[in-house]
Design a protein. Structure first.
Length: 202
């Protein structure tokens, strides 16, 4: 099936038999350098997911590997499926997690209020050396969009990260995030003082 014909077949997204044959080719189209083809294909794939979730789930991790390139050209399908995208974080490998977290940071810059309801899902990844930087990028994106208040529930995790040697390279950003949140409550100096005491006692 030629890639240029793929969107014609994807218009029959409600027909399972057609999708069984079309989805493997659609995945190749998503990785194409033809931006118009990518844009059209991802739009139809998001519709196909409604009727063919099980079939499409086999390609979930492959889709994740393309999302950063696709998002810039076709944001709305991602905005509409944030819960589904984040639901695969737990089972994703490290590189896939980083792609999803990078997507979350991009969404935070574009539509921060769409992301804030899901911030609790990122908290555990702040304490992982492989994903800490990616989570901090999400937090910094939210702060730049005036959503520092949404990070208040995660102050304790930021404090824990400060106390672990594995995150020494991230201390400046952690302090910046922590102080940005604390300043909302006029407690930035107290927060830094508590961090220093914890570091001394450890």
């Amino acid at each position: 099936m030629p890639l240029r014909h793929i969107t014609t077949f994807l218009q029959h997204y409600a027909k399972r038999s057609v999708m069984t044959l079309t989805l493997p080719v659609a995945m190749k189209a998503v990785g194409s350098s033809n931006q118009e083809l990518v844009r059209n294909t991802t739009s139809y794939i998001s519709l196909a997911a409604i009727h063919n979730g099980k079939a499409l789930s086999h390609y979930a991790l492959q889709i994740i590997s393309y999302i950063i390139n696709v998002y810039a050209d076709n944001r709305e399908p991602f905005h509409a499926h944030i819960p589904q995208l984040l639901s695969v974080l737990r089972d994703a490998d490290c590189s896939e997690k980083l792609s999803l977290l990078q997507l979350a940071s991009m969404i935070a810059n574009e539509k921060p209020d769409l992301l804030t309801p899901y911030l609790a899902q990122f908290d555990q990844y702040l304490l992982s050396p492989s994903t800490c930087t990616a989570v901090l990028n999400i937090y910094m994106s939210l702060i730049s969009q005036g959503r520092a208040h949404a990070l208040a529930p995660f102050h304790s995790t930021l404090s824990k990260a400060c106390q672990q040697p594995a995150f020494n390279g991230n201390l400046a950003t952690i302090y910046k995030v922590g102080c940005s949140v604390a300043l909302l409550f006029k407690t930035a100096s107290l927060w830094l003082w508590n961090i220093d005491l914890d570091l001394v006692s450890s």
